[in-house]
Ligand binder design. Structure first.
Ligand code: HEM
Ligand code: HEM
Length: 181
């Protein structure tokens, strides 16, 4: 059974599903939550609550959640199956995206995404989130936020460094490629 927060919300907190979708699939710049690790989800919720990660909607949600709520919702979303994304044909340079994803770009000092996010972008362990079947617009938005210095909660600034060395065109290419996996 889904915790009450997921479909009903509580008080001033809207339901998670109203933004993240009935299957936790996300849409546009709202991420899929289904199948992400409990630990990663909980870390993001704590970071939103403390404004370590800045997002107004999620700040209002996260600061209302008790430790018990967080344990419940993160276990729920972690156990949902990964939904199939219906992506329209992308105008991104998918070949460039694939190269960055699989090999990185050593001229730019950028390591391959697969080295941390898994060879199929499925995520690794509990701290490296999946990129495959994540909303492409969301992925691009996060990379652009790191590049612009608006998201800075990745351990050891790993993602800040990577995103800052790539052009917006490259970020767009790799986001669309990774989402399509
Ligand atoms: C992001 C959980 C409710 C809008 C996230 C993330 C988590 C999360 C864990 C980060 C995911 C990631 O890093 O991949 C939840 C839970 C909710 C909830 C458990 C219910 C208790 C909502 C609601 C809204 C919303 C009601 C809309 C008003 C967003 C948006 C983002 C986000 C726009 C992306 C933020 C960004 O760009 O940094 N949510 N969420 N969420 N959520 Fe929620
Ligand atoms: C998170 C993309 C390479 C470590 C993320 C996120 C994106 C991303 C979009 C946010 C996911 C979400 O919010 O749900 C990429 C791309 C890469 C790349 C496109 C290659 C160009 C790497 C590498 C490492 C790494 C090489 C390790 C050295 C991480 C970690 C997080 C993360 C630890 C989680 C940050 C947190 O806890 O808030 N990555 N990544 N990534 N990435 Fe990468």
């Amino acid at each position: 059974d889904a915790p009450e927060l997921v479909h009903a919300g509580r008080g001033s907190v809207w339901s998670c599903a109203s933004c993240h979708g009935d299957q936790g699939e996300g849409a546009g710049n709202t991420p899929r939550l289904a199948g992400l690790s409990k630990e990663y989800l909980a870390k993001q919720l704590r970071d939103f609550a403390s404004d370590e990660r800045i997002n107004e909607s999620m700040h209002y949600v996260a600061r209302e959640l008790s430790a018990h709520d967080i344990a419940e919702v993160t276990a729920y979303y972690a156990n949902l199956p990964v939904p199939q994304l219906m992506l329209p044909h992308s105008d991104a340079d998918m070949e460039r995206g694939r190269l960055l994803f699989e090999k990185g770009d050593w001229k730019l000092d950028v390591p391959a995404c697969v080295s941390c996010h898994g060879d199929q972008g499925q995520g690794v362990g509990v701290s490296f989130p999946p990129l495959a079947a994540q909303q492409p617009e969301y992925l691009f938005g996060q990379l652009a936020a790191w590049k612009g210095g608006h998201r800075h909660n990745s351990p050891q600034s790993l993602m800040d460094d990577i995103a800052s060395r790539l052009s917006y065109q490259d970020l767009y290419a790799v986001s669309n490629y990774a989402a399509s996996l």
